[in-house]
Design a protein around this ligand. Structure first.
Ligand code: SF4
Ligand code: SF4
Ligand code: FES
Length: 241
């Protein structure tokens, strides 16, 4: 099968603006988009830049836009695209460092802000803390996040408001707040009770649509909103009594 890989190129050291370059690619085998990009880099242009690591949809490095859809290149089979022209673009709303490689730092910074780890009660046991299966099931959806940044990159609010924490960070916060092992104080997680936090989301669910791991981060944002409101009401009643 013959394909044209129309790939966005940009080298900030020499190009004034991004442009598309066509690579003709022929393969008899069933390949992923990542494998095709690796072949193109190895056989046609060794300067083509893109990120990858695990090659099995776990590390979150290879998020990009393929024929207009947010995808992980390592699990997108080229024959599934049903087109001989494959248009490849980097994740939008993040600065291009080179070709398909974008600066993920603003995204990782949002995740760091929510302190994405368990706040244990007392000393941490050497063997860790067990969690009931049914409790695990409640947070499993959010644990699936591989930090690919697709949701953040696609989120219309994150693209226009740098205060906004974005879908992955907020969903991850919900994952910890919902975890019975996490003892973070209300004053810690209620910091997202702001426009830059849960109330900034305009609930158009673009994040749910693009997430390659079916995390549905907007569900977590909604759940966090409900939890915040309930907690506020509980505290108000306690105060009145
Ligand atoms: S639902 Fe909220 S977090 Fe998700 S893309 Fe829309 S604004 Fe962003
Ligand atoms: S929630 Fe989904 S799209 Fe967002 S970073 Fe995690 S895996 Fe990627
Ligand atoms: S290379 Fe790791 S998710 Fe694609």
């Amino acid at each position: 099968m013959n394909y044209t890989f129309r790939t966005l190129r940009f080298d900030p050291l020499k190009d004034e603006s991004p442009y598309f370059q066509d690579f003709l690619y022929e393969t008899e085998e069933t390949k992923t988009t990542l494998e095709a990009l690796m072949d193109i880099r190895n056989e046609q242009d060794c300067t083509l830049a893109f990120r990858y690591s695990c090659r099995e949809a776990i590390c979150g490095s290879c998020g990009m836009v393929i024929n207009g859809r947010f995808e992980l290149a390592c699990r997108t089979m080229i024959d599934s695209l049903k087109s001989s022209v494959v248009v490849i673009e980097p994740l939008p709303n993040l600065e291009i460092q080179k070709d398909l490689v974008v600066d993920m730092e603003p995204f990782f910074e949002t995740v760091r802000k929510i302190r994405p780890y368990i706040f244990p009660e007392g000393e941490v046991l050497e063997k860790g803390c067990r969690i009931e299966e049914k409790e695990m099931e409640r947070i499993f959806q959010y644990i699936n996040c591989i930090l690919c940044g697709c949701c953040y990159s696609a989120c219309p609010v994150a693209s226009r408001d740098e205060r906004y924490l974005g879908p992955a960070a907020l969903a991850k916060l919900y994952r910890f707040v919902r975890d019975p092992r996490d003892m973070r104080h209300f004053s810690e997680w209620s910091k997202v009770n702001t426009e830059g936090g849960v109330w900034g989301c305009d609930t158009v669910f673009k994040c749910n649509e693009v997430c390659p791991k079916d995390v549905r981060p907007a569900d977590g944002i909604e759940a966090l909103r409900r939890k915040l409101v309930l907690e506020k009401i509980k505290r108000l009643f306690r105060f009145k009594r």
